[in-house]
Design a binder for this molecule. Sequence first.
Ligand code: ZN
Ligand code: ZN
Ligand code: FE
Length: 764
Amino acid sequence: MLVRAKKLAKINVCGVVQGVGFRPFVYRLAYKHNLKGLVRNTSGNVEIEVEGEEESCKNFLTDLEVEAPPMTHIERVEATFYPVKGYTEFKICQSLSQEGKYQLVSPDIATCEDCKREIFNPTDRRFYYPFTNCTNCGPRFTIIEDIPYDRPKTTMRKFQMCPECQQEYDDPLDRRFHAQPNACPICGPSLELVNSNGSPIEHSDAIKATSELLKAGEILAIRGLGGFHLACNATGEKAINLLRTRKRRLFKPLAVMMSTLEDIERHCLVSVKERKLLQSPQCPIVLLRWKHNSSNISPAVAPNLNYLGVMLPYTPLHHLLLRETGIPLVMTSGNLSEEPIAKDNDEALIRLSGIADYFLFHNRDIFARYDDSVYMVEGAPQAIRRARGYAPYPTFLPFKSKEILACGAELKNTFCLTKDEHAFLSQHIGDMENEETLEHFENTIELYKKLFRIEPEIIAYDMHPEYLSTKFALNFGSEQGLNLIPIQHHHAHIVSCLVENEVEGPVIGVVFDGTGYGTDGTIWGGEFLTADWRSFQRVGHLEYVPLPGGEAAIRKPYRMALGYLYTLLGEDFSLEGLPLSQVEPVELELIKQQLKRGINSPLTSSAGRLFDAVSALAGVREEIDYEAQAAIELEMLAPNEVDEPALKAYPFSIIEYQGMRLVKLGELFNTVVQDVKNQVPIPIISLKFHNTVAQIITKMCKLIATETGIAQVALSGGVFQNRLLLKLATAALDREGFSVLTHHLVPCNDGGISLGQAVIANFT
Ligand code: ZN
Ligand code: ZN
Ligand code: FE
């Protein structure tokens, strides 16, 4: 007779395995394989002991990785076999807190299908309950104050579960087993509708009353998962324009939430990849091509744009509101322009009372501010803003890192903390231009340090002396006695692209962005580098031109156009026949004087400014309301279908000057001027110009490759959010035989900088 050997397997699982229904899954799996033992969360990972027949233990191990719940991400499984202890049952034990250990924290997860079914089922006890969740969905990161992830360490601690909820929570076979935010209408959080004075509004049902107000054209501040949204009817121009005036954002595109995928397809073109992204558990805003002709979404939602930022509902509250109103809703961050998103009820009343007519509050407190993430799909999905659904999930490093805090740049700030193989890139923090955002930045750093048990020894920061993030780094770093490492802006851009592609370099780095402090004190932004994780060399750039009036030239692209024209084509250049001839004579004289004497006219090689200048020169956009507006509107005017081989380009030349290659743009401007004067249609000018920039990139890369033998190119910088340029440049580089690296996980804009900073600092 065959005697089967019994064994005890001690198993350690690392990764995102807490708050995602992993322990109940383990319990069911043990049951299936007839194994006894235990499972528990520790600060570092999940520990499992199973004993039974050796064969069953091994099958259990296989299934563990293959059948894990959707939101788990298993990094590593370690198993060791021992003689049996004699367990008589399988149980789920108390969490163990261990000094210095940490575990990955799950991002918040969009409402799952099971929960959605419940809230729309009239016989379910959670029918119409806006805070329904389970182990597969709901808030996570936004409610967690410390690890291990257990209810007492979340903002749910103030809600005592009713017997029914407690039973679900305790039952290993229930899908709410140990769902920390578990709640129901009897015991959980609830809604409150108030007016802009904070006085409650009388109603029988908060969701129905809110929906009535939205349908009537009112603006509401609605508390969600990671903060407040400002919401209104997306098909009503009046409400949107009022919201814009009050929010002081006249043009910036607003996001729209639509009830179902079918709804979205009525207004936008949706590719297979975009559909997948929209319906993913992360549920980001996706920038979709807008079917202007068949959509009744007000053009005021995204003036002059061909893309609409759209998302599906991602909490039960959103599902119910969308269903009840039956209209697409504008859902934009609840803030004044520049400030961080409001998260607390009192805070919102103070900060948003000038914007919203009514407030829909709830009492499940938000611990971490968390904006909606934004993605675009150009070939592959790319993060534009990385927050809800993604942070604080780390980017994996192909090496073991020192503990480093990298402070990012200024606009679209994120920071990055590293430990082991993990780079914890923070959620989008915002534009670091005011006290509120700085405070949000500091608080969030403290939260990440605590959650992931990180004590940085090194602090990395941008070389720009005026960035708030730089000033913070210098203060904090010297107070704490940290090693201070300044990092060049464009080097950080390229390394962030390299790291997420797991490439060490050297590569040819093409960084096109708006502004970055150069090692020579000028403003860089049209850069060609050779770079790896450790160092970089600037080998070429767009030629320098002055920014007449500094910041004013960024807000007013016509100033930039004049800067180019007078610098490259001579100070006697005539504006006759150009849209620029509209500039007030007094201002024009001032600009000429600034340029002539170099007063308040710092030099820049910025590609962003080049796009601005051409946009203004062609008469597309002379003043901007949001970053890159002039460039974006120029891109939008280019024809949709592009016949690449037939594309024309403007002339340019590349010269060598003191060991540096410069892109000379005089001929380009001269020819654009001729086209504008000859009334060549703007779409043609736009397309020709985009193609020219793609050719500049390709030609320069070829020259650098000949010299260095490097055949790999990395593209980074905010200008590559321009889809047309990205498409033309990658295609052209591809044709020349380059392998091209682009961003996917982290933004190509300054939101990705901190990752690059951390990696460079690690090797400095
Ligand atoms: Zn669920
Ligand atoms: Zn309950
Ligand atoms: Fe940048």
